[in-house]
Design a protein around this ligand. Structure first.
Ligand code: COA
Length: 218
């Protein structure tokens, strides 16, 4: 049974089905629920052209459905992943406002202890460093609560805003993987970035000071 260690600043996740909430300086992360549908759909609809060029989608596949029922199914699937310990998806909230999503996916245990990080932000809220702050919360959760060893982020080389996020987070580049993921119908090369638990521990205070304390630069 999956039982992450409860810790200050985070609501306990002591049993499957109990939500996790991560609180930063300006953003709060929590799993999306059915009642978030209107806010989520408003952002997704308004930001469609902003988001779709960067999202995994096979060629000629229709746009993913964004109706209430599909959203409810998605929330239930994410909750199941959380219970199984295979994925941890969060909505990003700035105050009460839903502004984006960040997630850990394909959590692998055994000798790998790895997960992949993905994120997106409402176009109207871009440029406020909300995603880097959310990532630091997610890193802390992944390394200190889940006990993972490695997190990876893969980014299309021309996605400058996202690569800037990787730079702000002091992630280590591990080279380019050719035709790595099918994004918006095309097999795209990706720059692979990573951070390990050793690097997290080494830089923990710096992350805390820069991104989470009241005196942060952002
Ligand atoms: C990449 C993304 C998640 C960054 O989130 P964010 O919260 O805006 O991150 P930041 O505020 O740290 O901005 C990162 C960089 O984006 C650029 N940027 C800022 N505002 C922008 C805007 N309105 N439009 C385009 N780029 C912008 C800036 O270069 C910024 O760097 P700076 O802070 O040094 O100026 C967001 O741009 C996004 O959702 N893009 C579309 C989907 C996507 O690319 N997802 C990630 C796939 S790997």
């Amino acid at each position: 049974m999956f039982r992450p260690v409860a810790r200050g600043g985070m609501a306990e996740l002591t049993a499957p089905g109990v939500s996790t909430e991560l609180t930063g300086r300006r953003v709060r992360l929590r799993p999306l629920r059915e009642e978030d549908f209107e806010a989520w759909q408003e952002v997704r609809t308004r930001c469609r052209d902003w988001l779709l060029p960067w999202e995994p989608r096979p060629a000629s596949a229709p746009y993913p459905p964004e109706d209430r029922q599909s959203f409810a199914t998605r929330c239930a699937m994410r909750e199941r992943e959380r219970q199984l310990g295979t994925g941890f998806a969060f909505g990003i909230f700035a105050g009460p406002r839903f502004v984006g999503e960040v997630n850990l996916s394909s959590v692998q245990r055994g000798p790998f202890q790895n997960a992949y990080v993905g994120y997106w932000m409402d176009q109207m809220q871009a440029g406020r460093s909300y995603v880097p702050e959310a990532c630091v919360l997610l890193f802390r959760f992944a390394f200190e609560d889940l006990g993972l060893h490695r997190l990876q982020i893969s980014i299309i080389p021309r996605n400058r805003p996202s690569r800037r996020v990787a730079q702000k987070l002091w992630l280590r580049g591990e080279g380019i993987a050719l035709r790595y993921l099918e994004i918006d119908g095309k097999w795209e090369d990706h720059v692979r970035y990573a951070i390990t638990s050793e690097e997290w521990t080494e830089r923990r205070e710096r992350y805390q000071r820069q991104w989470l304390s009241e005196q942060s630069a952002f």
